[in-house]
Design a protein around this ligand. Structure first.
Ligand SMILES: *Cc1c(COP(=O)(O)O)cnc(C)c1O
Length: 379
């Protein structure tokens, strides 16, 4: 089955009890047991819920995985995975990492005696050099946020396999429409389903998928014990949103590509980061491991004084934290997604005070271009 058919048919999409063509919202915390020693497969919603299970089976299908789990947020999913590490273990990750992941590592892992090394994710030698005998996990995010640097997934997983290191990939930016980390040798794939998968800026959710049963059993225990489960209402909204993922991505990616070309040629823009541009350093690696170039780009303007003018003059995109909605979202990583990072770390990864990130929605591209052009010229 191809992906757009899978999105509509390859997981529970019909309620087995009534035949309802929309999986009902099983808005319940618990399930009556006719016999005290048995249950229907569901006993308590923190341990499992039919609406949530449908969302889990959906991401398993889309990521070509046997096992999957849903969480209350992308961060809950990431933390459940990071909890696979124990005292004395060593974690290697790219220096261009999602701000929340960076914060979690500094808040918890250091205190729990887990050592971390940040590497240049675009350079395979950098991953190799970071390996110690305690290294247990490689953590990949490609394209990265917000600079869209590219990590060669296959090269990193091959290196990890040589040393029996687990690999984890945050696949939020590409979605399962165009990048399949498990097929490239990654052990665990994570999504902030808040973004493109749900796609309507109305749910916060996280998903995890794997083909390793032992890892799944451990993560299932983490889901139960840490308690960051997805609620039935949000799972239901996610199931509604995901049905148009393929269509939405097609339009958003096309818009991003046209906007990138427009911005590259704009005199007020000093730099554009988009993996679809031939001059992007990771362009060929990205082409090799993905089916399209994604719907997110970032760009730089000349001075910090222009930032406020730019944001206040944009009328089409919403100005907000987050990405992956049907509406375009313009954000300012310096003060939004990466604000929790110390200034020197932000600058080291290239998150400057003049960097702007645009998540392209499904609007008519002429309107997006005209709007950005006005705002840029107002600076
Ligand atoms: C948003 C995001 C997260 C965190 O997800 P939440 O749903 O906000 O908890 C993690 N990784 C990436 C790449 C993201 O964009």
């Amino acid at each position: 089955m191809n992906i757009n058919t899978k999105i509509l048919h390859d997981y529970p999409v019909i309620d087995p009890v009534t035949g309802s063509s929309s999986i009902p919202k099983y808005q319940t915390s618990t399930f009556h047991q006719k016999n005290v020693f048995t249950h229907t497969g569901f006993s308590y919603t923190r341990f499992g819920n039919p609406t949530v299970e449908a969302a889990e089976k959906c991401i398993a299908s889309l990521e070509n995985a046997q096992f999957s789990l849903a969480f209350s947020s992308g961060m809950a999913a990431i933390n459940a995975v990071l909890f696979l590490l124990s005292k004395g273990d060593h974690l290697v990750l790219g220096k261009n990492i999602y701000g929340g992941t960076f914060q979690s590592i500094h808040l918890f892992l250091a205190r729990f005696g887990i050592d971390c090394t940040f590497v240049d994710e675009t350079d395979i030698d950098s991953w190799q050099k970071a390996i110690k005998k305690e290294t247990k996990m490689f953590y990949i995010e490609t394209p990265s946020n917000p600079l869209l640097t590219i990590t060669d997934i296959k090269k990193v997983t091959e290196l990890a396999n040589e040393y029996q290191i687990l690999t984890v990939a945050d696949n939020t930016f590409m979605t399962p429409i165009s990048q399949h980390p498990l097929d490239l040798g990654v052990d665990i794939v994570i999504h902030s389903a808040t973004k493109f998968i749900n796609g309507h800026s109305d749910v916060v959710a996280g998903l995890v998928a794997t083909n390793n049963e032992e890892l799944y059993q451990q993560l299932k225990e983490h889901q139960k014990a840490l308690g960051g489960i997805l609620g039935p209402e949000d799972a239901w909204l996610l199931l509604l949103g995901v049905k148009t993922l393929g269509l939405r991505m097609e339009k958003s990616v096309r818009n991003a590509s046209e906007l990138a070309n427009f911005l590259v040629n704009h005199p007020k823009v000093t730099n554009v980061y988009y993996p679809g541009l031939e001059q992007h350093a990771g362009h060929s690696i990205h082409q090799k491991q993905c089916e399209d170039c994604g719907a997110i780009l970032s760009f730089e303007v000349d001075s910090v004084k222009q930032i406020e003018t730019l944001f206040t003059h944009c009328r089409v995109p919403i100005v907000a934290v987050s990405l992956g909605g049907v509406e375009s979202i313009l954000s300012y990583p310096w003060a939004m997604s990466h604000a929790s990072m110390p200034e020197k770390d932000r600058l080291a990864m290239g998150v400057t005070e003049t960097l702007v990130r645009l998540s392209c929605g499904i609007e008519d591209v002429e309107d997006l271009i005209a709007d950005l052009d006005d705002a840029l010229n107002a600076m």
